[in-house]
Design a protein around this ligand. Structure first.
Ligand code: COA
Length: 260
């Protein structure tokens, strides 16, 4: 399948998806949002893909936000649709059953920060900068940023970053829990691939059910979350991978998971 704004490279059960509008710092226009929507549908159906890495083309940006030339034309009705469309695509990423890793190679601003927030794990280059600078444009984040940033790093810090529009460098992003690891720029993709392959080497049923259980934290009470955990734990125990994983440990050999 062809995508106007994305590059796709699939190898060793890992799909590297590169947002590819470097002359516009990979800003998210309608085409890019549509391409992201389509590519995640395709990756869901692709049984060879276990883990997805999202990154940006060029050295400067992961994604420098929603495309301001499109934003500039929105009236109130179109703006609601615009926000809901972006939220729906980012929700698809957040709720994707396969792990999605953001490899943030440069500016992750506005919709770019929101895209990284929708991913399950965030890795960053030392040179990246995060931020929600929407108030500079007279708007607020509209692709889930007010909600996900507050949930990930806490409400007080989200208030500070959204209200001041200040950028967050990689060290601060790590310190406040916005990113998991920092890499030198030329080691970021290698580091992301290494983590993706490590995850791809596990039983994928367990990986997917673990994501489902962890994501429930944002939605349900502790009691409901524990009920869900027990159900998903039981589902794992009905898989061949569970038999293989536990038998391999007892037989002192490496497990060979078949993901069923
Ligand atoms: N939407 C549309 N185009 C964008 C863009 C965006 N969010 N961010 C950058 N671009 C375009 C610029 O207009 C420029 O295009 P041009 O060469 O045709 O003029 C090109 O990308 C390069 O950007 P430029 O601003 O020249 O790079 P810079 O290194 O001087 O600054 C940034 C980099 C990221 C600080 C700056 O581009 C910026 O502030 N972008 C907007 C960030 C933002 O507000 N995002 C939230 C949107 S809701």
């Amino acid at each position: 399948m062809n995508y106007k704004t994305l590059l796709i490279d699939i190898k060793e059960n890992v799909a590297l998806v590169t947002l590819n509008r470097p002359d516009k710092l990979n800003a998210l226009n309608t085409q890019t949002v549509n391409d992201l929507d389509r590519v995640f549908d395709a990756l869901k159906d692709n049984d060879d893909v276990y883990v997805i890495i999202l990154t940006g083309s060029g050295e400067k940006a992961f994604v420098a936000g929603a495309d301001i030339s499109e934003l500039n034309k929105l009236d109130m009705i179109a703006a609601k649709e615009f926000s809901e469309r972006g939220q729906a695509v980012f929700n698809k990423i957040e709720n994707f059953d396969k792990p999605v890793i953001a490899a943030v190679n440069g500016f992750a601003l506005g919709g770019g920060c929101e895209l990284a927030l929708a991913c399950h794990i965030r890795l960053t280059s030392e040179t990246a900068k995060f931020g929600q600078p929407e108030v500079n444009l007279g708007i607020i984040p509209g692709y889930g940023g007010t909600q996900r940033l507050a949930r990930l790093i806490n409400t007080g810090r989200a208030m500070e970053y959204i209200l001041t529009a200040d950028m967050i460098d990689a060290n601060d992003a790590y310190r406040i829990g916005l990113v998991n690891k920092i890499y030198p720029p030329n080691e970021l993709i290698e580091g992301a691939m290494k983590m993706a392959k490590k995850i791809a080497g596990k039983g994928q049923q367990a990986i997917r059910l673990a994501i489902k259980a962890i994501k429930a934290v944002d939605e349900v009470s502790l009691k409901e979350g524990q009920n869900l955990e027990a159900t998903l734990f039981a589902l794992c125990c009905g898989t061949d991978d569970f038999k293989e994983g536990t038998s391999a440990f007892l037989e002192k050999r490496k497990p060979v998971f078949k993901n069923n």
